[in-house]
Design a protein around this ligand. Sequence first.
Ligand code: UTP
Length: 481
Amino acid sequence: MGISNKVSEIKEKLSELGQDHILNFYSELNKAEHEGLLKQIQSIDLNEFQSQVDRLVLANEKDADLDWDALKPADYIPLPENGGDTALWEQAKAKGEKAIKEGRVAAFTVAGGQGTRLGYEGPKGTFSITPLSDKSLFEVFANKITRASERYGVRIPWFIMTSEINHEATIEAFEANNYFGMPKESLFFFSQALFPAVDLNGKMLLEEKGQCVMTPNGHGGSLRALVDSGAIEKMRSEGIDILSYFQVDNPLVPCIDPAFIGFHILNQSELSSKMIPKAYPLEKVGVFCQYEGSNLVVEYSDMPEAMQEQLDEEGGILFRSGSVAIHLFDRDFIERVGSTSSEDKLPYHKALKKIPFINASGVREVPEKANGVKFEMFVFDALSKANNPVIVEGLRNDNFSPVKNAEGIDSPESCQNDLLKQAIRWLKAVGVEVASNSESLEAKDFPFEINYRFAMDKDDFINQWNSLSDKPSIQSGTIIE
Ligand code: UTP
């Protein structure tokens, strides 16, 4: 088709949807910009886009329209120390270890977000997090995966989802650091799709005169991206049927968790999730609930405060199961939910944002308050579509300390303190008391590290430590590796 036919076809479609204003500056653009804009518009499924605008912006449909009286806390498998069956946990661990050794498990990091709250330039995974060795988040995960590969005698692949915004920079960071010691063939990078952002009247926004504002389509976009990128095919050809999902901002996560994997297999689960008990009723985490026969995650911002504060018969928090974005996905389930033709597609949600844009006079405006909407899919929405979903309790201290904000709660400082506390606990488990005040130590006063390349979890640390003929003394500045 000739370029002018293509333009008039696109223009017609856009005007049918009331979005043709994005071509207002078309005559001012040069050839390369023309092509860029047309290519960008063609990458958008305009019907899908407009139906989300109609539903979420123009009709202002609410995200959570639940009958709150029908909502119950989700069932979960408690830890042995909280009443769980020790023998069952051991059985699960053995089952998980067997699957890992058989090469059925790969790691998967979603790293396509924009990380605006942290305010760090560059892919979030390249942010330095360890207090002494200055390792990036990516390197911490690479160390954990490498150690798991070594421990179980198997090459564990690592799938990493980026977005167009940080894809090149992510790959460059891996190349510049020799893939953080991992074999290149173990790594598979792919980008998630972008989705147009709109103003409060549902009109597409321009970033430049020849470029629409497009943002990553949420961590839920990972399921589609896994299918579209060929990652699922690669998994199939390598005999991998379980994907261990975690977020790029949580260095405390066990990338490969044998007992969790074992429960997933024992229950023939299509999607398993870690829960940690909420630290306090109004903690800002989503909550695993049961609703109309399915499990789902209700966002803290949607759940009425009185429900968040409700207690059970023993005086504990009733809706206690905090969702911390740690999951195991069955490969065939991803394929089912992630295919564009699927009936089981994840829904989009909207988020109000401050979005700089080119106004009708062609001048760039930087708004001071929210002026637009971005659309995202949430990965946990897959929960209600999964067969036999399982929720397994994890210790917060060994699972979750995200780096979201530059300061305060969920910041690099709080995360470094949690990494230190974990190292102190692991040492305690082998009878080493780091200091008399070890409970209150902070990373800035007493930096020391256990390299996850040495041990991937507490059990592993105990074995590794006991096998050391020359055990190091632990002081400020020590790195056990
Ligand atoms: P967040 O919800 O914290 O978003 O992502 P973010 O974009 O990283 O940070 P803010 O909100 O702008 O400060 C949680 C995880 O999901 C990934 C992120 O990279 C992070 O690992 N994510 C988020 C994606 O991979 N794609 C997205 O579109 C959104």
